[in-house]
Design a protein around this ligand. Structure first.
Ligand code: MG
Length: 203
């Protein structure tokens, strides 16, 4: 399986990092070795001093497809969850300055914690979903999927023009504003509406 991540999908987040508002979705990938599941701890890596959290809604692809038309995109995912797109912001800044790829800052082991997946039918409207992150009991990031510049369906249509999607692939759909640094001993709790779907410690 593969993990596709959308960058700069929330206007206020693009602005907080001084990035231009994109006209097309920006995407990058993480390998399966980045996955962190079952609330296992995240080990702060020794190659960075500025690991940031980015709280995101994650889609799970449930059928194979390519060149998926936007109107058929809902048939290609039936479950959603939350995830953290951990980013070594110091390494990413060096790469961005040089115009180089971001993998070193985004694709490392453990950089993709994901929560429990929930059928999307359980939600009244997935295009108007609140999601949030608490660290050590304090709310640190809050978003609503209605603020996405590119909808879930648009993302699936766009990405599948370039890369075939397969059952089990995951799509991180971008982070709202409020990203920030984490530290050893932090306790993460991630919610969709009031339901906690992910919880882990930083070690
Ligand atoms: Mg992200």
């Amino acid at each position: 399986m593969k993990i596709i991540c959308i960058g700069r999908n929330y206007r206020e987040h693009a602005k907080e990092l001084n990035n231009a508002i994109p006209e097309k979705p920006v995407f990058f990938m993480k390998p399966d070795t980045a996955l962190l599941q079952k609330n296992n701890p995240f080990f702060y890596p020794d190659f960075s001093n500025d690991i940031h959290y980015e709280t995101e809604i994650v889609l799970k692809i449930n059928r194979n497809g390519k060149h998926i038309d936007e109107k058929f995109a809902p048939k290609y995912f039936n479950e959603i969850s939350v995830g953290i797109d951990f980013t070594a912001r110091d390494l990413q800044a060096e790469q961005k300055k040089k115009g180089l790829p971001w993998e070193i800052a985004k694709a490392f082991d453990g950089a993709a914690p994901i929560g429990k997946f929930i059928p999307k039918e359980n939600f009244a409207d997935i295009n108007n979903l609140n999601f949030s992150l608490k660290i050590n009991g304090k709310t640190r990031q809050q978003g609503n999927t209605s603020d996405m510049m590119f909808s879930f369906n648009r993302i699936i249509a766009y990405v599948s023009r370039f890369i075939s999607l397969k059952t089990g692939d995951l799509i991180f759909t971008g982070t709202p504003a409020g990203v920030g640094p984490t530290a050893i001993n932090d306790h993460f709790e991630v919610f969709i509406e009031n339901e906690k779907l992910l919880e882990f410690n930083v070690k």
